[in-house]
Design a protein around this ligand. Structure first.
Ligand code: COA
Length: 390
C-alpha cells in the first residue's frame, strides 16, 4: 500500500454515504439547507410556475438551456416518433403473470428494449443521445400499454398532436383529458425529472461508469427506484390513505404508527432539512384536483397527516406524499405510481448517464473489512456444525 493511499481499516464508514460528494454535475442541485431545487440553474419554483410542458424540461436537462419554440417542436416531434415500442416487447408484457408488479414488468421490458434498439451496438455519444431520447419516449408507452393489458383494453398509439402529458393520460384512459388534468400531469412529470445524486441516479451512474450501455444503466436505475425508501413510497402513501376512511381516525392512526416505530411513507428526506420544494406545488394541485373530483375529504386527511407528522417528528412531506394524491385524482391505480415516476425520471437518468460517459472514472468505492484473517482450511469431511448459542 503506497503512503498516499487511505487505509479503509483506519477510516470511519459513512453509513448510507450520507454527505459524501461522489460526482460533479451541473444538471441539478438539491439544496437541502435552504430547501431549494435547481435544474440547470433554474429554481424549481420558477420552472413549475412558468414551464409550458415537461418536454421543455427534457430539452433543458439534455442541452443545458431552455429551447426556442422551434427547438421544442423539433424535440416533441422526435419524441412522439420514437414512442412506438417493438411488438415483441408488448408480447412479453402480455405473458407476464398478472400478479407481477408493474415496476418489475417495466424493468424487464426496458431491459428487453435493448435487444431491438437500432443503436444497440453503438456506444458513441450520438448513438447514446438517440438511445436516451428513445427511452424517454418509450417508457411512457410501456407504462400505459401495461395498464391497458392489465385491464383487457386495446393498446393505444400516441397521438402526434398531443404533448407528452396529454398522451400519457390519453394512452391510459382512451380520452383526451381536460386541460386542468393534463396540466397536473405536466407538473407531476417536470417535478420528478431530476434530483441530484438520488439512489436510482447513482445506480445509473455506477453502471455507466463501467462503460456498460445506456439500457443497462437505466435498468439498474429502475431496479433501485422500485424500493419503498425511494420511488416506491408513493404507492404506499396511497395504500395508507385508503385505509384511513375518516378525518377523525387520522390522529390515532398516525400516532399508533409512530409509537410502533413505523415510518410514515412520503415523509422525510436524506438531503432536505426543510420542506421538499416539490411538495409545495403538488400540495396545491392535489387540493385543486380533489375539489374538482368532489373528493375534498381525501385532501383534508392528507393535510392533517402532514400536521401531525410535523408536530410529532419535525419531518416534512417529500415529493411522494402529494404526488400519490395527484395520481389518484388522475385515475392512475397505485401500483402504477412508481412507473410514472420512472416515466419522468428517465430524462434525469439519461442526462446523468451522458454526463458520466463524458467525464468517466470507474465508480468503485471500498469497504471496511470486519471479518477474520488467516482462518485454517478444514477439509469437508472434518467440518462440523457449531451448536447454536441460545
Ligand atoms: N416516518 C417516521 N420517522 C421517520 C421518517 C418517516 N417517514 N423518516 C425518517 N424518520 C426518522 C427516523 O426514524 C429517524 O429517527 P430516529 O433518529 O429517532 O431513529 C430519523 O427520522 C432519521 O431517519 P434516517 O432513516 O436516518 O434518515 P435517512 O436519511 O436515512 O432516510 C428516508 C431518508 C427518505 C429513507 C426516510 O426519511 C424514509 O424512510 N422516508 C419514508 C420513505 C419515503 O417517503 N421515501 C421517499 C423519499 S423521497
Amino acid at each position: 500500500m503506497s503512503e498516499e493511499m487511505v487505509n479503509p481499516q483506519e477510516t470511519t464508514v459513512v453509513r448510507g454515504l450520507e454527505g459524501v460528494v461522489a460526482a460533479e454535475t451541473d444538471i441539478s442541485f438539491v439544496d437541502g439547507v435552504h430547501g431549494d431545487l435547481y435544474y440547470k440553474g433554474y429554481n424549481i419554483h420558477e420552472i413549475a410556475d412558468n414551464t409550458i410542458s415537461y418536454v421543455e424540461i427534457v430539452y433543458l436537462l439534455l442541452n443545458g438551456d431552455l429551447p426556442t419554440r422551434e427547438q421544442l417542436d423539433h424535440l416533441r416531434r422526435a419524441i412522439v416518433t420514437e414512442m412506438r415500442v417493438p411488438t415483441q416487447v408488448i408480447k412479453m408484457m402480455e405473458i407476464m403473470p398478472p400478479s407481477s408488479h408493474p415496476m418489475d414488468v417495466l424493468r424487464t421490458a426496458v431491459s428487453a428494449l435493448s435487444h431491438f434498439d437500432p443503436d444497440a451496438f453503438d456506444n458513441s455519444l450520438e448513438a447514446n443521445r438517440r438511445k436516451g431520447i428513445r427511452l424517454i419516449a418509450q417508457i411512457p408507452t410501456l407504462v400505459t400499454s401495461l395498464y391497458r393489458i392489465r385491464n383487457n383494453l386495446s393498446i393505444l398509439s400516441p397521438d402526434p398532436q398531443l404533448n407528452m402529458a396529454q398522451n400519457i393520460l390519453y394512452m391510459f384512459h382512451g380520452s383526451i383529458p381536460d386541460e386542468r388534468f393534463y396540466r397536473a400531469m405536466d407538473l407531476l412529470l417536470l417535478l420528478h425529472a431530476d434530483h441530484g445524486l438520488n439512489a436510482s441516479t447513482f445506480s445509473a451512474r455506477v453502471t455507466a461508469s463501467t462503460h456498460a450501455d445506456m439500457h443497462s444503466a437505466v435498468t439498474s436505475a429502475l431496479a433501485t427506484l422500485k424500493g419503498p425508501l425511494h420511488g416506491g413510497a408513493n404507492e404506499r402513501v396511497m395504500k395508507m390513505l385508503m385505509k384511513i376512511k375518516f378525518i377523525e381516525e387520522v390522529e390515532e392512526y398516525i400516532h399508533s404508527m409512530l409509537a410502533q416505530g413505523q415510518r410514515v411513507m412520503g415523509f422525510g428526506h436524506r438531503v432536505y432539512k426543510k420542506e421538499d420544494p416539490r411538495a409545495r406545488h403538488l400540495r396545491t394541485i392535489s387540493e385543486e384536483l380533489c375539489r374538482l373530483n368532489e373528493n375534498e375529504q381525501f385532501f383534508e386527511i392528507a393535510h392533517k397527516i402532514e400536521d401531525i407528522v410535523l408536530k410529532a417528528k419535525g419531518i416534512y412531506p417529500n415529493v411522494d406524499f402529494y404526488s400519490a394524491i395527484v395520481q389518484h385524482a388522475l385515475g392512475i391505480p397505485p401500483e402504477f405510481y412508481t412507473t410514472l415516476f420512472a416515466a419522468s425520471r428517465i430524462s434525469g437518468w439519461v442526462s446523468h448517464i451522458l454526463d458520466q460517459y463524458a467525464n468517466n472514472r470507474l465508480i468503485r468505492p471500498t469497504s471496511k473489512y470486519t471479518g477474520e484473517y488467516n482462518r485454517k482450511f478444514v477439509p469437508i469431511e472434518e467440518r462440523t456444525i457449531e451448536p447454536a448459542v441460545s
